[in-house]
Design a protein. Structure first.
Length: 177
């Protein structure tokens, strides 16, 4: 069950000038461009003006969708087949692509809070800031990374979704030292 299917997005409003092929995403500070998740888009980011007027910015050409909720950056959905921009992890640039495996993700991020295996598809859920930030790595064929989702109050922050995924761990996740 892919996460993107749970979004009800307005895909008709797209300003080509809002998309940026050089979008950076920090997967440990939870920042897209210069805008942290949960904050109003920074005026210097190419997507800021668009997200001020619309709730989503989808760039199929560059492989990402950004969403706004209540005036703040709510999520980034990245399609690695087309996303050619920069990832940062712990202050270093990091190459993540469709050749990245779940073992690669484990070596970078450690064990996930929860893993879901459904019909060969694997989704790794990482929960941060006591469950208020979720990072997902999706492997539709079970072997190669195709999608990354970074979001505020993610899928597993909702009780019914944790039950749906069969989560047995306590919520909110324990704070990591």
């Amino acid at each position: 069950m892919g996460l993107l299917s749970s979004f009800n997005t307005n895909r008709q409003n797209f300003d080509v000038n809002a998309a940026d092929s050089r979008l950076s995403v920090d997967l440990t500070k939870f920042v897209v461009g210069s805008t942290p998740l949960g904050k109003k888009p920074w005026d210097g980011d190419s997507f800021a003006n668009h997200l001020e007027k619309h709730t989503t910015l989808k760039s199929e050409e560059y492989g990402y969708e950004l969403g706004r909720k209540e005036g703040v950056l709510d999520y980034a959905f990245l399609t690695l087949e087309k996303f050619q921009s920069i990832f940062f992890v712990d202050g270093r640039s990091m190459s993540l692509s469709t050749s990245t495996t779940k073992e690669d993700i484990f070596s970078i991020f450690g064990e996930p809070y929860w893993s879901d295996l459904d019909d060969g598809e694997i989704i790794l859920f990482y929960e941060y800031q006591e469950g208020t930030v979720e990072l997902q790595f999706e492997f539709p064929n079970g072997e190669h990374l195709e999608f990354i989702t970074l979001m505020k109050d993610g899928v597993l922050s909702k009780q019914e979704q944790r039950e749906s995924y069969g989560v047995t761990k306590p919520w909110p996740p324990e704070k990591k030292e």
